[in-house]
Design a protein around this ligand. Structure first.
Ligand SMILES: C[S@@+](CC[C@H](N)C(=O)[O-])C[C@H]1O[C@@H](n2cnc3c(N)ncnc32)[C@H](O)[C@@H]1O
Length: 260
């Protein structure tokens, strides 16, 4: 995750200071008093690559590529479309409905997990794994505390269970058929520059390719299917044994499926 420090906004209230202390203890990054210093100065003085910034009611990470923060905006739009009777390509590929159990192995900024959670509802379950502790902390805090959205979206956010773990290790601990579907959205092999919304995640995210062993374990853990999102025409689908279910005729993104 690179070397990081924890600090606050310039004039923190006491709740923000306490949260910063808790997070520093939990994640092990040194807690630094902000004073009136800029992020660049703080990074230089402390030799830190990243800064975990504690604000009033939210967290973010200042990376070399910009600020990584949680916001449900793309999930918001997709849920609005779903409620309006339109489809969602991920949901169609996962084939999930109310009550389904989903293991989302790549939380990232959490948009897909929120949409999955909206669909599976109270009677279902979404467990989302994220290997990078800073991304996991910022996004799980946001999912629990973000408050400016409609109740059905906030409820979907609150239901996502985030676990800071490597999916390779976590899958080994799961029983056979313990989730209905297992989903992967790895960092694209070839970055799409125009999706600049994802740029601040790049310095933190794990971009190693999935292995055949991970997919084998996912097939054991999934009762019905394993789904992966990648670029259309990407060789990863064939290498890992996925059949492209939705080739993305009008999009550069495709979904591959392994049915059990
Ligand atoms: C492309 S992003 C996922 C985006 C997400 N689907 C969304 O809707 O925001 C991929 C994420 O998976 C994480 N990741 C990569 N390898 C992982 C692994 N082995 N276990 C858990 N998380 C992993 C990366 O750190 C990154 O945050």
């Amino acid at each position: 995750m690179g070397n990081f420090i924890v600090t606050t906004i310039r004039k923190p209230d006491s709740a923000t200071e306490i949260l910063a202390e808790e997070i520093s203890l939990k994640l092990g990054g040194q807690l630094i008093e902000r004073k009136d210093l800029s992020f660049d100065t703080l990074k230089k003085i402390h030799g830190a690559e990243n800064i975990l910034l504690v604000k009033k009611n939210s967290l973010s990470v200042i990376t070399a590529e910009g600020e990584l923060f949680f916001h449900p905006n793309t999930a918001h739009l997709r849920i609005k479309n779903l409620r309006g009777g339109e489809g969602d390509r991920l949901i169609d590929a996962l084939k999930i409905s109310a009550g389904s159990k989903v293991l989302d192995c790549t939380l990232g900024l959490g948009s897909d997990a929120i949409v999955e959670s909206f669909i599976v509802g109270d009677s279902g379950k979404v467990v989302a794994l994220e290997i990078n502790p800073l991304i996991a902390e910022v996004v799980s805090y946001g999912l629990k505390n973000f408050s400016e959205d409609s109740p059905h979206i906030l409820e979907a956010m609150r239901r996502v269970e985030v676990i800071n773990a490597d999916c390779k290790e976590y899958l080994k601990t799961c029983a056979d058929d313990s989730f209905d579907v297992v989903y992967f959205d790895p960092m694209f092999r070839r970055p799409i520059q125009k999706s600049s919304g994802l740029n601040p995640i790049r310095p933190l995210a794990d971009a190693r390719p999935l292995t055949e062993e991970i997919i084998r374990e996912a097939c054991r853990v999934a009762k019905f299917r394993v789904v992966m999102k990648e670029h259309s025409g990407n060789a990863e689908f064939e290498r890992l044994g996925f059949k492209v279910a939705d080739g993305g005729k009008y999009s550069s993104i495709a979904f591959g499926v392994i049915e059990k």
